[in-house]
Write a protein that binds this ligand. Sequence first.
Ligand code: HEC
Ligand code: HEC
Length: 228
Amino acid sequence: MPRTSVPRLIVLLAFAVLTQAGAHAREADLDNGEEINEVCAGCHGGFGEGGKQGQYPRLAGQPYRFLVDQLVLFRERKRPNLAMVEYVDDRQMPDPDIQDIAAYLTAIDLPTRLEAVDENAPGFDAFARLQEAKRVLQIPRAEGDIGIGEKLYRRECASCHGRDGRGDSAGGVPLLAGQYTNYLWRQVRKYTDKVRIHDPDAPDDNLLGAFSHDELRDILAYVSTLDD
Ligand code: HEC
Ligand code: HEC
């Protein structure tokens, strides 16, 4: 074998091993995800739309990585969540279940408005219409200066949470657009009180502590318009 082909062979071998590992990666079982969701629905709603105006957060459409990370944090008791404690211990939530419920929830799309239809048209299905209406989630505009909030958001938050506020799966960054404003406020306080860690890569950075109450209010006001 000519000497020059050895590195090539190594590359090919490494590639073969990697692709094999890829082929063995587990595919999410969405039926199992749907079944697990029956438990979650009691608080987070049947479509992951959240409940009680943000006492329970929206989960639908959250980036997959973020959902997995948070469930692991709950399971390891690194993020406190008394309400969920009994649902996330090792027995109830082994890794494959976390992957399945995360894959199920991330794929749910919640429309922000209900399409107009003619209720008198033949074939109108009132039950289906009611189900559709339950999925609609439009965050009411929160108080604050949207112009100032937009500038701050774009400069300070968009690099991670996305210009459109939809989050970023690769980085495990949650959506902020379409999330209940009071839920976001509660989490802001958890970060500034160091109950949660905002940036796992820089755990000592008090990322949100640098902003005044008014600045945060303006940012969240802007965020509340992103799903309009
Ligand atoms: C008894 C009510 C309850 C049930 C059941 C429940 N949760 Fe929760 N969940 C909560 C509460 C309350 C919070 C918010 C905690 C906080 O404020 O930090 C939460 C937060 C979360 C979060 C963090 C979301 C975010 O944006 O920060 C995820 C992810 C989550 N729940 C997933 C699930 C899944 C998956 C299930 C089903 C296996 C489930 N929950 C069942 C009450 C519940
Ligand atoms: C360096 C990247 C980065 C920047 C910049 C950033 N965030 Fe985050 N943010 C994250 C990550 C990662 C999480 C999830 C962390 C965790 O709790 O595990 C998060 C979570 C949050 C949450 C909790 C949402 C939920 O559903 O639990 C809020 C609220 C939030 N960020 C607000 C902001 C605001 C407002 C700004 C701008 C002032 C901002 N973030 C800037 C990375 C960032």
